[in-house]
Design a protein around this ligand. Structure first.
Ligand code: A3P
Length: 345
C-alpha cells in the first residue's frame, strides 16, 4: 500500500516537473523571439531615426516560416497580398571583396529581423547578359519581404568590375555599399585556394601560388595575377568614388569577423541605421568548424558550408614578405580614404 502511494506520488512529481520544465522552455523561446520583434528605423533616416513603427505581431510569427514557403514558391498570390509582401530592390549591397567573408557577413546580417537576404549571388551589374534583362528581372530575383524590411544582396565580383559603379548609381544613387576586406596577402592566398580546389575537382593540375604571384623574369610581384590585383583595394575603391561619396561605404574587417564577429555586425547595424538586434546569443563558436556559427532561435542554428574556411597551402615566407611589402603603400592609401585603419603589415 505504502509502496503504491509512493509510486503515485513519484508519478505526480514527474508530471509536475515536466510541466514546469516545459513552461520554462516555452518562456525562454518566447522571450528570445519577442526580443527580435522590435521596431526598426527606415534606412533613409540614418542621422535622426524617427519614432520607430511597431511591427505587427504577424511579422514575428511569419518572418522565417512564411518567407521560407514563399522562397520555395509555395505561396499563393492571395498570401502575398494578405501579408503585404513585396520584392524590393536592395537598399544595401555587399559589393566585395571576394574571399573577404562576404557569405559570412550576409548570413550574419540576415539574423537581424529587419534584414532579408538574396540567397544567391545575382550578378546583375557585372554580367552584361543579366544587366540587359533590366531592373524588373533583378527585382524578380529578390526575396519576398515585408515593406519595412531591407533587402541585401552580395555579389563580390561587383567590386572589381569596371562597369558596376555606374550601373548601381543609375539604379539608386543613395544605396549603401558594404565592403569586407581581409589582410591582402591572406585574401590572395584564399582566392588561390578556391581556384586550386576547383582545378583539383576537375583533376587538373595547377601552378603553385608562388609561381603565379611572382613574375619569374623580374622576381617582382606579378600584378597581372588576378588574386594579386583584387587585393589592391584602393585601386578598385577609387573607381567607385567617382560615383559615390565615401560616406556611402562601410568597410567591414573580415579578419575580425572571423575571430569576433559581433562588434563588426554592430557597426554594420549602425551604418544601415538599424537598431541593434544581433546579439551574442545569435553567434556561437563551433570548435569543430573552427568558426562562429549562427543561432536563429532555440531550435534553429547553422554553420557556413565547408567551402568557407578552407585550409590554405603553405606559402614561401619570402613570397609572403614580398607581397606584404608590395601591398603596404596601397593599404596606407586605403586607410586614408576610408578612415578605417587595420594592423596589416
Ligand atoms: P577561407 O576559406 O580562406 O578561410 P567569401 O564568403 O567572401 O568567399 O569568404 C570566405 C571566407 O570567409 C573564408 O575564407 C573564411 O575564412 C571567412 N569566414 C568568415 N567568417 C566565417 C564563418 N563564420 N564561417 C566560415 N567562414 C568564415
Amino acid at each position: 500500500m505504502l509502496f503504491k502511494q509512493q509510486a503515485l506520488l513519484r508519478q505526480k512529481l514527474f508530471v509536475l516537473g515536466s510541466l514546469a520544465i516545459g513552461s520554462v522552455l516555452y518562456l525562454v523561446a518566447r522571450v528570445g523571439t519577442l526580443d527580435r520583434l522590435q521596431p526598426i528605423c527606415p534606412i533613409e533616416n540614418r542621422l535622426t531615426p524617427p519614432e520607430p513603427e511597431q511591427i505587427p505581431l504577424r511579422t514575428l510569427q511569419f518572418k522565417r516560416g512564411l518567407l521560407h514557403e514563399l522562397r520555395k514558391g509555395n505561396a499563393t498570390k492571395e498570401q502575398i497580398r494578405l501579408h503585404n509582401l513585396v520584392q524590393q530592390l536592395p537598399r544595401a549591397i555587399i559589393i566585395g571583396v571576394r574571399k573577404g567573408g562576404t557569405r559570412a557577413l550576409l548570413e550574419m546580417l540576415n539574423l537581424h529581423p529587419a534584414v532579408v537576404k538574396a540567397s544567391q549571388e545575382i550578378h546583375f551589374f557585372d554580367n552584361d547578359q543579366n544587366y540587359a534583362r533590366g531592373i524588373d528581372w533583378y527585382r524578380g530575383k529578390m526575396p519576398f519581404s515585408f515593406p519595412h524590411q531591407i533587402t541585401i544582396e552580395k555579389s563580390p565580383a561587383y567590386f572589381i568590375t569596371e562597369e558596376v559603379p555606374e550601373r548601381i548609381f543609375k539604379m539608386n544613387s543613395s544605396i549603401k555599399l558594404l565592403i569586407i576586406v581581409r589582410e591582402p596577402t591572406t585574401r590572395a592566398v584564399s582566392d588561390y585556394t578556391q581556384v586550386l580546389e576547383g582545378k583539383e575537382r576537375k583533376n587538373k593540375t595547377y601552378h603553385k601560388f608562388e609561381k603565379l604571384a611572382i613574375d619569374t623574369n623580374t622576381c617582382e610581384v606579378n600584378t597581372k595575377y588576378k588574386a594579386v590585383r583584387t587585393s589592391i583595394y584602393t585601386k578598385h575603391l577609387e573607381r567607385w568614388l567617382k560615383y559615390f561619396p565615401v560616406k556611402q561605404f562601410h568597410i567591414v574587417d573580415g579578419d575580425r569577423l572571423i575571430t569576433d564577429p559581433l562588434p563588426e555586425l554592430q557597426l554594420v547595424e549602425r551604418f544601415l541605421n538599424l537598431p541593434s538586434r544581433i546579439s551574442q546569443y545569435n553567434l556561437y563558436f563551433n570548435a569543430t568548424r573552427g568558426f562562429y556559427c549562427l543561432r536563429f532561435n532555440i531550435v534553429f542554428n547553422k554553420c557556413l558550408a565547408g567551402s568557407k574556411g578552407r585550409i590554405h597551402p603553405e606559402v614561401d615566407p619570402s613570397v609572403v614578405t614580398k607581397l606584404q611589402k608590395f601591398f603596404h603603400p596601397f593599404n596606407q592609401k586605403f586607410y586614408q580614404i576610408t578612415g578605417r585603419t587595420f594592423n596589416w603589415p
